[in-house]
Design a binder for this molecule. Structure first.
Ligand SMILES: [Zn+2]
Length: 140
């Protein structure tokens, strides 16, 4: 499996389960009884498999090509900036019985802070080192 080209591997383990999982769920919706359970269940399992392989692909090592081997050994803050973001809040209007009669959506502007990081990664298999950048958003 590790000798396969990364793009081909991506195709086999991500695209194939996603497409067939989606297809199974679509058919399951129109099926009845046990067939519905089997088709939708199979579809969901395929989607979960695709998601796990996607994570493995993200945490792969570009040197030895193994999957699930990346480890973040250190994180360094590069800088932070303040900004704003539009967020949708939903309010539920309830009657005396506590049932929701309608929901009101409103958009509010929230203050946020974006923090840029440099991540120092290391492969747990061959100890190859590399860095990645990432940005995290935090509400103030
Ligand atoms: Zn490695």
């Amino acid at each position: 499996m590790n000798k396969l080209h990364p793009v081909l591997r991506c195709l086999f383990f991500i695209i194939f389960p996603v497409v067939s999982g989606y297809y199974l769920i679509q058919h399951g919706v129109h099926a009845s009884g046990k067939a519905q359970v089997a088709l939708i269940g199979g579809g969901i399992i395929l989607l979960i498999i695709a998601f796990i392989f996607f994570l493995g692909y993200l945490w792969r090592c570009s040197s030895c090509k193994y999957w699930f081997v990346a480890e973040r050994v250190k994180r360094e803050e590069l800088g932070r900036e303040k900004g704003t973001k539009i967020k949708t809040l939903t309010d539920k209007v309830k009657n005396r019985k506590g049932e929701t009669v309608r929901t009101i959506e409103k958009e509010v502007v929230v203050q946020i802070e974006r923090i840029a990081y440099r991540n120092y990664m290391e492969c747990s298999h061959c100890h190859f080192k590399w860095t990645t950048n990432s940005v995290e958003e935090r509400e103030l």
